[in-house]
Design a protein around this ligand. Structure first.
Ligand code: BEZ
Ligand code: FE
Length: 289
């Protein structure tokens, strides 16, 4: 097509695709380009504004590294990570939530009832629950990968003061599907806002805060793996998570308990003298298709 106009350019783009273009590729590229073209027409986008968009992408690329994932962060704060997650999460399973950029794989094993906080101080939290299938049966041998920030609000990978796997642990559940561990109650924190994504947040009058949470990845052979988070119901940022990760079934009550209620069979049993917090969170996995 030689005569390209602002009205036919989307059709021309489609005509340029090779006949044998993979059908899914054709669908995705066609829809993406249609929406981009409509966006430019609708907003009457100027050269300067489009250059600013390109500069944003270049700025993301410039600071992208093994420890800094600015494109993922952009996807997170624009709601795309959560939207894609929700499009594919099963209504029968526990809701999924954002992975975020701070998970370090290969965490050391933590036995049932183990203490993930080690020498760190702060409000003690005992978390426990059952990994089960959609009929409520425990999934023996399920693996729970847990991570969170240290009490300074930083993940191990962001903080030279922490070792690689600080506040990371891998727990394998027994026949009863139960897990339990102690930690420090996580605190709310900000996503990195010193790069181009932070500029966008500020330009939109948005803050970079996430409500406090524990991250879980739960896996078991024959089941769909689940990436999720748990949030306490009294967190001030619950209704304004900057990465849109909160779902109703992931909001839990953290119950205050006296030291005398601390159960037997945990690594810290017998040494607890102060009140502690307790949260029970069961996880449901769906069988693989
Ligand atoms: C996180 O929860 O670790 C996270 C999620 C999205 C962006 C940044 C951090
Ligand atoms: Fe997080």
């Amino acid at each position: 097509m030689r005569t390209v106009t602002k009205d036919n350019i989307t059709d021309v783009f489609m005509a340029y695709l090779a006949e044998d273009t993979d059908p899914r590729m054709r669908e995705i590229m066609g829809s993406l380009v249609k929406h981009m073209h409509d966006f430019a027409r609708e907003t009457n986008l100027t050269h300067e504004e489009w250059r600013a968009g390109i500069a944003f992408l270049e700025g993301c690329a410039a600071i992208e590294s093994e420890d800094r994932h600015e494109f993922i962060l952009a996807s997170d704060v624009l709601g795309m990570s959560s939207l894609v997650d929700m499009l594919h999460s099963s209504p029968e399973a526990t809701s999924s939530s954002v992975l975020g950029p701070f998970h370090v794989s290969g965490a050391p094993a933590l036995a049932y009832g183990g203490d993930m906080k080690r020498h760190y101080g702060g409000p003690l939290l005992l978390a426990e629950g059952v990994i089960k299938d959609t009929d409520g049966n425990p999934i023996a041998g399920a693996e729970l990968d847990i991570w969170q920030t240290a009490p300074n609000g930083l993940y191990a990978s962001q903080d030279a003061e922490q070792d690689t796997y600080s506040f990371h642990a891998l727990m394998t559940v027994g026949d009863d599907g139960r897990y339990a561990f102690t930690t420090v109650k996580p605190i709310e924190y900000t996503v990195p806002s010193d790069g181009p994504v932070g500029d966008i947040l500020r330009a939109c009058g948005r803050h970079p805060w996430r409500p406090s949470h524990l991250h879980y990845i739960v896996k078991a052979p024959g089941y769909r793996s689940l990436v999720t988070e748990i949030f306490p119901n009294d967190d001030p940022y619950l209704d304004e998570d900057t990465v849109f990760g909160v779902r109703d079934d992931l909001v839990m009550t953290y119950v205050g308990k006296p030291a005398s209620d601390f159960p037997e069979g945990m690594a810290l049993s017998g040494s607890i003298t102060e009140p502690f917090l307790y949260v029970e969170f069961d996880v449901t996995l769906v069988a693989e298709d």
